[in-house]
Design a protein around this ligand. Sequence first.
Ligand code: NSS
Length: 428
Amino acid sequence: MQFMKVAEILSSPQGAKVRTRGWVYRRRDLGGKVFVVVRDSTGIVQFVFGPDSPGYKDAARVTVESSVIAGGTVKDDPRAPGGKEVVGEEFRIVGLAENFPIRRDVSKEFLLDVRHLAVRSRRMTAVLKIRDTVFSAVHEYFRSNGYYEVQAPMFISAAVEGGATLFPVKYVDGSTVYLTQSSQFYLEALIYSLEKVYTIAPSFRAEKSRTRRHLTEFWHAEAEVAWAGLEDILRVEEELISFVVERVLERNREELALLNRNLEPLKNVVPPFPRISYDKAIELLQSKGLQVRWGDDLGADEERALTEFFDKPFFLYGFPEQVKAFYHKNDPSRPEVTLSADLLAPEGYGEIIGGGERIDKAEELVEKIKRFGLNPDDYKWYIDLRRYGTVPHAGFGLGMDRLVMWIAGLDHIVDAVAFPRTVARTYP
Ligand code: NSS
């Protein structure tokens, strides 16, 4: 008999003969019977073996997380998970598990040490299914809106987002290169042929701070569009985020329920998103008693305070020149601020996207590179792009792990990734 997925068993009628393969989620011995809950990628289902049923012997000695083959006859039982139980007729151990180290009382730190095993939990499985939807929806959005998918190198020679978070790597020829912080500059080079491009790739930041929302390696969805301005790119961002949330609400109700995610804030995620200027944000924060001054960068605390004014994602625009990277175009009508915007997720989450209009004149770019204390020689090819048929253009970068963290309603970014990389962790 063929193997069925657990989800199929749970939708089979009473009396159906079923057979599956998976892992032992739980075993209980009660009243002379053995109850074995088997899980696979689709869910969990309970098998019950009496002393006379074939397979009883193996069922009685099986350990948690052993891989098994189990079969029997479906019986409705409101007390069993999913409302069905399988009266066992076959049970075989494929790989007997040693004493599984993960138990209810273990610490968060220990769970991260055994992440290679912890990824099997129902919670982590739910997050990874949501993450899968998020990644596929981002691809789907870009592909159905005329973007080409491109790939940029991970080894680079100069900072995109400032020297403080660069990761040096000793290269094969003995020179020092860096891990990329963003694919943006390469995307900018590619708009001259493809006009609308995107990529989903890792970015690396040597973030020394331990926060709930910083990884040293994160997944970055970036887009760049020729002939586009700030207004155009903000529209893309709000459409993209709304589309992704819609897809998760369509496909992942079960997983969101398992994570106890409140759906109301997610149902609110439809365009247009509200906007608040940096100037106004500073005033608001000051009126709430926060110690910020115009010109300061806003950190997690300030962003969290701002999210209290909104019940959906919102744009924070018009950042001062000094808090945004050198490539941002300054507002011609107000040169002390840039044509940039961050998108902040509600419910305290804060920044998930950074983007804006890029400088498209070579002289202006060289001048700003110098003003920022950087060396134009390090950005030779990037400046070149402005010398051969320059166009106005804009783009953005979306932190995929932060997006998953918010959509799934998680407390910490490490919970949004299977194998997180942080200041404190590169194992397993
Ligand atoms: O530094 S960003 O704000 N912007 C850029 O890197 C631009 N070069 C992107 C572009 O315009 N093509 O980072 C973009 C987003 C940010 O909003 C976060 O959501 C995410 O990338 N991000 C991170 N996520 C997790 N961990 C860390 N350390 C991190 N840094 C940025």
